[in-house]
Write a protein that binds this ligand. Sequence first.
Ligand SMILES: [Zn+2]
Ligand SMILES: [Zn+2]
Length: 374
Amino acid sequence: MDNKLVMGYWDCPICGTKEIRGDVVNCPSCGRARGEVKFYVKGYNEGTLLREDELKQYEQLDAKKAEEMGDRPDWYCSFCNSLNSDKAEVCSNCGATRADSEANYFEMLKKKQEREAAELAAQPQAASGPQKKSRSPLAVALVILLAIVAIFAWMNSSKTASDLKVTSLQWARVINIEENRMYSESGWSLPAGAEQTDARREIQGYNQVLDHYEDVEVERSRQVYDHDEYTLVDNGNGTFSTVAQPVYRTEYYTVTESRPVYVPVPYYGTRYYYNIWRWSPSRDVTASGTDHNAEWPAFELAENEREGQHREEYRFTVEHTEKKEPAATYRIAESDWMNINVGDTLIITSRRTGADPYIADDKGNRIADIQQVR
Ligand SMILES: [Zn+2]
Ligand SMILES: [Zn+2]
């Protein structure tokens, strides 16, 4: 389809008369020559794509009218600010020559838009909307930072109880006794010190081996040209051109592809079966008390036993003398525990993050780390 011309319309900026045909150069109401106007097509939003059948609802110019109006932009008279046909060499409004004017319709429109933008920027800011949006990123960052600092300060804040009396001490010491035992095991190698009882060829794993190729149908897609759609583009002289744009559709098709097919093929290794002696935890011997005389428990070893890991734990229990809160028990290092006696008054500080509490002196300084026993 050829570039057919469509009739444009304009509104008179002086008297406000609407929808004046593009082939009319003087306002039928006030008689002024058209100057700073923006052409449009009735019922069409600039940029919208139209199908061929939708084009019919817009007023298309016949060949004679199209020839008469053409598609060249009007020139803009610098002296009287009116628009003149590209075919005219002299301003129909004031008689000035085209050679003395430098702008056409599009340049006029561009300058007009720039002027309006500049006027908008120069206006004092409206009290409502736009001001809120323009809060500086620095201020936002500062607010976030302050919020983070506040949260950390709260999490680090601590509560201190100073009405605590020690009501009991506890200690416990545990020695684990290990036993030398024989285990029957198997593996792909024989560990040092093992007594082999058997060795067999067994499947150790599988390799994926290419067996054959097979044909598979694979769906593909491609974009193919379908039809043209049209936009109406301002020629700047009261006409609009229909500009074609290709529209594509997705076409699906299948291709045959050759794909490898793999099969799992086992590979074999020697699996060793053996007996092996290992030391393993067997039993605990424990000593405990409620005084300061902590000691390791006495024990006797059987022939196949040895001394294993040692564990020890020291605790104290405190009760509130003023607040009605339950008694609490804490774990503490032995050296600190030796300095605590039943009847002592303690200051214990705990933090909201759940970090370990500590014993403080009356100035709030940390004396000893402790962990609460739940
Ligand atoms: Zn008018
Ligand atoms: Zn003029």
